[in-house]
Design a protein around this ligand. Structure first.
Ligand SMILES: [Zn+2]
Ligand SMILES: [Zn+2]
Length: 154
């Protein structure tokens, strides 16, 4: 007889999610071997506020091999800029409707993609795990409650 591992945390939960820009010129597939490989976070920094046009940035970080544009998708336009701290940040967006699809810093260029949470067709599958730059949180913006926020930085 073989032992059955009762530790559910050790069981991988594969997850396939689709996403698109507002006009669906860009469409993509997120294929995770384990849903735990995805990390959704809020960021309250000034750069995210400006890039997202909102009170915070909200992205889901995944290993680069988990993210790919569909074969029939259009090509994203890539904007590179200083992230405000001397390193480059890249944002991929739709040149037709302007929606962001993903972003990544110079260091993570070949390792991770931070996918824009709202571009996912079913974002509820990946709730936030933490928050960055909490010192720049808007006064009226509540803290992410309870165990959802496993960490809060800066
Ligand atoms: Zn579009
Ligand atoms: Zn930020």
């Amino acid at each position: 007889m073989t032992d059955i591992n009762p530790d559910h945390d050790a069981i991988k939960q594969p997850l396939r999610l689709t996403g698109a820009c507002y006009c669906r010129h860009l469409t993509y597939l997120l294929k995770l071997e384990d849903s735990k490989d995805a990390k959704t976070t809020l960021c309250h920094c000034a750069n995210c506020k400006r890039a997202f046009g909102g009170a915070f940035g909200l992205t889901t970080k995944v290993p680069i091999q988990a993210f790919r544009y569909d074969a029939g998708s259009g090509k994203p336009t890539i904007h590179a800029a200083d992230n405000g701290m001397g390193s480059t940040i890249y944002r991929e967006f739709c040149s037709k409707c302007g929606s962001h699809i993903c972003e990544y810093g110079e260091q993570a260029k070949y390792i991770f993609r931070s996918v824009m949470f709202g571009s996912l067709d079913e974002p509820s599958a990946l709730p936030p795990k933490g928050e960055w730059f909490c010192s720049q949180r808007e006064d009226w913006m509540p803290v992410i409650p309870g165990k959802l926020a496993q960490f809060r930085k800066q």
